[in-house]
Ligand binder design. Sequence first.
Ligand code: MN
Length: 213
Amino acid sequence: MARPYTLPPLPYAEDALAPVISSQTLGFHHGKHHKTYVETLNKLVAGTEFEGQPLEAIIAATAGNASSTAIFNNAAQSWNHAFYWQCMKAKGGGKPQGAIAARIDAAFGSYDDFKKAFAEAAVTQFGSGWAWLVVENDSLKVVKTGNAEVPFTKGMTPLLTIDVWEHAYYLDYQNRRADHVNAVIDKLLNWQFAADNLANVGSVKGSQAAMAH
Ligand code: MN
């Protein structure tokens, strides 16, 4: 039997993001919701062709396939949450510095315009889902996805995400999703993580662009 998927630890203490996200919310979100996606995935893939495959491979193979919706949902939610925890840090948020700041200005006009677009995507995602900052064709874009959907099955590379399922904020903000989203953007976003993700894209695309000039 292949090694089971395991719940990755939070990259910070459960109370590190308070008061924007309480330790109670992080405890339930990571220790119950994320854990259940991982455990359910292990049960669903046991004895199938997917057992032991990287999450990204399972997601790519099952996206849009009605006969493997449950495997897709649990693999994608396992991946999404592992990515999401890294998108936040204590004393994060606000305007980024360095190369990514110039890319934000180039794509959106200004940091304030980016913030407006990112918050709007998060607030207007109807029902459960995710808001994302992505790279597509070497341009930064904001997109939103429903339920477990991930941008990389559509050729977009994620840089940052905000979880807008109610379980991400309901204990702290009840129905005030916009307040939660704005607080995450202003105080928690991990721009270093986004810059690292962007640099990894650039190592391939950047050299191609340089040759094209
Ligand atoms: Mn979640």
